[in-house]
Design a protein around this ligand. Structure first.
Ligand code: NI
Ligand code: MN
Length: 234
């Protein structure tokens, strides 16, 4: 699955020929200045929660790409008032079959309000299951015991976990989360964008390695064909 990083928690993943874009926060991110928004394609835009650093570019990109936005009910309501016409509202615990595969919304232990203060519903993570593989996009979340449920009932090929600490779990808790979800292939997100979430990369890599896990940190703009084999060190 071709995966491109646009900074912070924004990734595009191609699943069965459809491009899924997660949590677009690109134009306000000084680290992503070299990314040309006009070149980004998306068939679906998935929004984990209402915070600005996850939805900043959703209006612009939904417009330019014509993508269907998938998010919680409250965020879809808010976006529709902002003129976004194509929205598929969901909520925690629900699943829906789209043309690329299945999306299941899972709990994220965080908060969710819109940039104007409107209630933003439940923060969520997404599990994507498809004929090409399964992955978990955690959104912003603390480590929580419900993550064990994710690992109990399906096999994940890789997962996107926040590692920047302060607003979400940090490196040590992400390693425990990867045990809970039973997935050793981790792509880090939600780090370095702000002063309070700067990480020490060497420390992150060595901690994951010591735990017998693979951590991948993309450069912003980098695209990697993520398969279990290529993410594995052996
Ligand atoms: Ni947040
Ligand atoms: Mn955030």
């Amino acid at each position: 699955m071709l995966t491109t990083y646009f900074g912070h928690s924004c990734f595009a993943v191609t699943v069965n020929g459809k491009q899924l874009l997660f949590d677009p926060f690109i134009s306000p991110n000084p680290l992503a200045k070299h990314i040309d928004l006009k070149k980004i394609k998306a068939d679906y835009i998935l929004i984990s929660h209402g915070h600005e650093d996850h939805i900043a570019d959703v209006n612009l990109l939904a417009d330019s790409t014509g993508a269907l936005v998938i998010s919680n009910f409250e965020i879809c309501e808010w976006l529709s008032k902002k003129g976004i016409k194509r929205c598929h509202p969901m909520n925690t615990g629900g699943k829906w079959l789209f043309e690329f595969g299945k999306v299941k919304c899972v709990r994220a232990e965080h908060s969710s309000s819109m940039p104007d203060g409107t209630y933003g519903g439940n923060p969520m993570g997404f599990i994507i299951e498809s004929t090409e593989g399964n992955f978990y996009y955690a959104g912003d979340t603390a480590l929580n015991y419900d993550m064990k449920l994710i690992g109990d009932f399906r096999k994940l090929d890789f997962s996107f976990l926040p590692i920047g600490d302060n607003f979400t779990m940090g490196i040590d808790n992400a390693i425990i989360a990867s045990d809970f979800i039973r997935c050793n292939k981790v792509i880090g997100m939600h780090y370095d964008t702000f002063e309070s979430i700067k990480i020490n990369r060497e420390e992150a890599f060595s901690k994951f390695q010591r735990a017998g896990k693979d951590l991948t940190l993309f450069n912003i703009g980098e695209a990697i064909n993520v398969t279990v084999k290529q993410l594995s060190k052996t």
